[in-house]
Design a protein around this ligand. Sequence first.
Ligand code: BES
Ligand code: MN
Ligand code: ZN
Length: 480
Amino acid sequence: MINFIKQINFNKDAAVILLTEELLKQGCVPKGIKTQLSILGKSQQFSAELGQIFPVVIDKTLLLIVGLGKEKDLTLTQLRITLRNALLSSYLKKLQNIEILSHDNSKENISSVIEAVILGTYEWTKYLTKDKKEAKSSGKKYFIAADKNKHFDDIINICEGVNIARDLINDNADTINSQYLEKSIRSIIKNNKKFSLEVLNEKELKKKGLNLLLAVNQGSNKDAKLIIAKYKGNPKSKDYTAIIGKGITFDTGGLNLKPTGRMETMRQDMSGAASVIALINNAIKLDIKQNIIFACAIAENAIGPSAYKPGDIIKSYSGKTVEIGNTDAEGRLVLADAISYIVKNYKPQEVIDIATLTGACAVALGLDYSALVSNNDALAKRLITASKETDDRAWRLPSYPELKDSIKSKIADIKNTSNLKGAGGTITGAEFLRQFTDNTPWAHLDIANTAWVDNGSRMYFGAGATGSCIRLLTYYLKHK
Ligand code: BES
Ligand code: MN
Ligand code: ZN
C-alpha cells in the first residue's frame, strides 16, 4: 500500500503536494509545477493557508496542491488531518496510484504522512456491496517521496496493527466472539518460539475460581475465555510487563439493560482485547526486546434467565467477595479476575490494563484524551511520554487511598458500583481494579471515550473504531 520513491515524478494518477506559506513565498516548489504555482500565486488563488486544496492537471496526472499554513504554526496533528482530508477528497476518489510530497522530509513529518495514509484513510467497508465498495479507499497505492528506512517500516507496521484492531472492533459481535478472538491470536502467533499460550476456557475458569469473569458471561451462549500469551522478547531478563485487555464482545448492560441509544455500538466493548491483539502483532513485527504477558479477558454481557443478577454476591479469584451493584459495570469484574490471576501466577513487574470501562471518562475528558489512572508515578510518567510522542492522547486522573471507601459494600468485601452517585465514575471504576493489583505497579487506560467515533470523523480518524492507545502502548513497550 505504501512505497517510497526518491522524488516525485508526476507519472502516477495523482500527486499530492504539501506546501507551507513560506515555501510558496520563497518559490521552493517542485520543478515540475513551478509554472502552475506561479500562475496560481499571481492570481492569489492559492496562498497555502491551512487546509486549502487546489487541483491542477498536468498531462495525465492530477495534482492536489495542499496548503499547510505557516510552518511555525503547523502541528503534526494538523498535518495528519490536512493530508487525510486531501486524500479523502472527491478529487482522488477513483484514482489508484498517488504520489505524496511532504513539505519537509524529517522523520516526524514523514511518520505523520504515513499515519495520515494508513490510519486516516481507513474505512470500514466489509458490508458495503460491490459498487459502493469500489469507490472507497481500499486497494490504493501511495508513493511517498522519502528515503525508506527502518523507522518508517516500524510506523507502517504499527499503523497496520492499529487497523487489525479496528477491523476486529468494527465487525459484528456474534462474528468476533471469544472463539474468533482466540483464533486471531493463534494465527498471529503461529509457531513463533517466543510465545507460550495459556487459554482458560469455562472448565478451567470454574476449576480455578475466576467467578467474576464467569458471572459476567452467564447469560451468553458463547464461552468466556482468559487468553494469556507470554512473549519472551528479552531472554536475559526475568521481568515481565503484563498488558490486559477488556474483551466484552457485546455489552447489553446485562439485566441492568442499557437503553436504546446506548447499546448500538457496544460491539466496541472488546476494544481493549483488540488492542492487545494489535500489540501482539506489533511486538512481532517490530521485534520488541521486552518480556510481555498479553492477556484478553473475554466474555459477553448478555441477558436471559441465566444472566447474573443485580444484588448477587460473587467470590472473586482473589478471594474478595463482590456485591453486584449493577450488571452494567461488568468490565471491572472481568478485569479484576484477570488482573489477580496474572499477578498471582505470572508475577509481572507491572500491569497495564486497557478497557472501554466507563462512559464517565467522556464527561471528565471529552473525546480526544483517554483516561490514565495509576498507582505508580514513574509508570504513569513513562506512559504520558509515550502518549505525547505518538499523539495518542491520554491524561492522568488521580488514584488515592481514601477512594477505597467509595466502593465499600455492607454485605460483601467490595462493590462494583460506587457510593458517590456517579461522581468520578472513571476513578471509582479504576479504584475497583486497583484493589486487585496486590500493590503491583499498575496503570489503567480507560478508552471508553476514545475507542469509537460515532459520526463523521475525529482528529484523523473516520467513523467506527479508532484503535486508541495502541500506538501509545507500542511506543511504551518499544522504548522501555
Ligand atoms: N462498556 C461500558 C462503558 C462504555 C460506555 C464504553 C460508552 C463505551 C462507550 C461499561 O461496561 C459500562 O456500562 N459502564 C457503566 C458503569 C456504571 C454502571 C457504573 C457506565 O459507564 O455507565
Ligand atoms: Mn457495561
Ligand atoms: Zn462494558
